[in-house]
Design a binder for this molecule. Structure first.
Ligand code: FAD
Length: 374
């Protein structure tokens, strides 16, 4: 059996960016995907927002890779003809008691090095968005939307042009450490065995489950997976807003916010619904229309004119969490040889938002880790 340089597990946006980077570095790389196509799980069930890096704790990987990823993603999309819309975003304190919190967020954004951020008055915010109920706001000019499907298609093209190969309907079932690498059991209709020097686990919310199938990882190095569903409701008719509108955040998520798609159509969400499940295959993605009631109340805090009956249950996605409810959101976690002691193995845990924004910076960061450890 010939040995590959690298196998990446999972063709979501993170796996695609990582696999492309490995192929560009000259590694003979295979990308294994359980589903029939790329990007069908979290990478196509999100808000497509290019975040600016505002909320995350200083010096966290989320903060660093989001700020860098924002810049890299706009540059990449410009150079590869992938659509973006730089709408800008307003974080809105809708009453005066929230203004202190808003200042705290602004301070954090500055510490993170987020670009083109300013505090604006109610008058300035209403000049931009007359329908807002607002006491003060943060304006983030580099927040925007990316056509995430076109972006992933472009990453896939770059990967294949660099000599990479993708195998669909090919779940990684089992792996064991062999001298100088790994032997893999791949399932599906064309079940096969592969050998590889590097094994990179980018299986999204199933990354902990995939890690459990890799013989030799100490059990205490595999985090428990938690699942937090985010439901969206779309707005019937034309959006009254031209910016993305966010309230001051709530625990576990960013609050019921308004985002726009590439065509300017508005949707609200995602909210935060913790699921009592053990694995990804138990997820029900249907959106319960009853959750809409909470949306009306939350949205009317900053948009009092929202009319009854104008929200429709839309789609949902599930966040890849590695910390439970009621604890502060964890950071991105890349476990390499320094953590678990296995040469050539990298596990990506907790790659929830802003991993779409950060994807190119994540791939660059991994390249640095591998170079350091060679
Ligand atoms: C509701 C919601 C809103 C979000 N909004 C934003 C946003 O606006 N901006 C932003 O930057 N980020 C956002 N995110 C985060 C972003 O969507 C995800 O972090 C990102 O898509 C994760 O990509 P991934 O490649 O790690 O995971 P995924 O896209 O889930 O891909 C993992 C892949 O691994 C495959 N897989 C699993 N097990 C196996 C196996 N055994 N063998 C082979 N393949 C396997 C799966 O089939 C899947 O294709 C949001 C997330 C959610 C849930």
């Amino acid at each position: 059996m010939d040995k590959l340089d690298c196998v990446v597990v999972g063709a979501g946006v993170v796996g695609l960016a990582v696999a492309r980077e490995m192929a560009l570095q000259g590694h003979e790389t295979v990308l294994l995907e359980r589903e029939a196509s790329f990007g069908t799980i979290s990478s196509s069930r999100n808000s497509e927002v290019i975040h600016a890096g505002i909320y995350y704790p200083k010096d966290s990987l989320k903060a660093k890779l989001c700020v860098e990823g924002n810049r890299m993603l706009y540059e990449y999309c410009r150079d590869h003809q992938v659509g973006t819309q730089r709408y800008g975003k307003l974080i809105v304190a809708s009453d005066p008691q929230q203004v202190d919190d808003l200042h705290g967020i602004f301070y954090r954004a500055q510490q993170n090095g987020a670009r083109e951020i300013s505090l604006i008055t109610a008058k300035e915010a209403n000049a931009l968005e007359p329908d807002l109920r607002v006491a003060a706001a943060i304006l983030s000019k580099t927040t925007g939307i990316v056509d995430s499907h076109a972006y992933m298609l472009s990453l896939l093209g770059g990967f294949e042009d660099a000599g990479g190969m993708v195998a669909y309907l090919s779940p990684l079932n089992h792996a064991r450490v062999i001298p100088g690498g790994f032997e893999l059991e791949v399932g599906g209709a064309d079940a096969m065995q592969l050998q590889t020097k590097y094994l990179i686990n980018c299986a999204g919310m199933s990354a902990p489950a995939v890690a459990q199938r890799i013989e030799g990882i100490p059990a205490d190095h595999i985090p428990k997976a938690y699942f937090a569903k985010g439901n969206y409701f779309s707005l019937a008719g034309k959006s009254p807003f031209r910016h993305l509108i966010y309230p001051v955040p709530e625990p576990g998520g960013l609050g019921v916010h308004l985002t726009l798609d590439m065509a300017g159509q508005a949707k609200f969400g995602p909210d935060v619904e913790w699921l009592e499940i053990e694995s990804e295959d138990q997820i029900n993605y249907a959106v319960d229309p009853m959750r809409g009631e909470r949306f009306y109340a939350a949205i009317r805090q900053y948009w009092p004119d929202l009319k009854d009956g104008s929200l429709q249950a839309d789609y949902s996605g599930v966040r890849a969490k590695i910390v439970p409810k009621d604890q502060p959101a964890g950071d991105f976690r890349i476990d390499g040889p320094n953590e678990h002691g296995i040469e050539g193995l990298y596990n990506f845990f907790g790659f929830e938002s802003p991993a779409l924004t950060s994807s190119l910076a994540i791939a660059k960061y991994l390249k640095g880790l591998i170079q350091l450890e060679q």
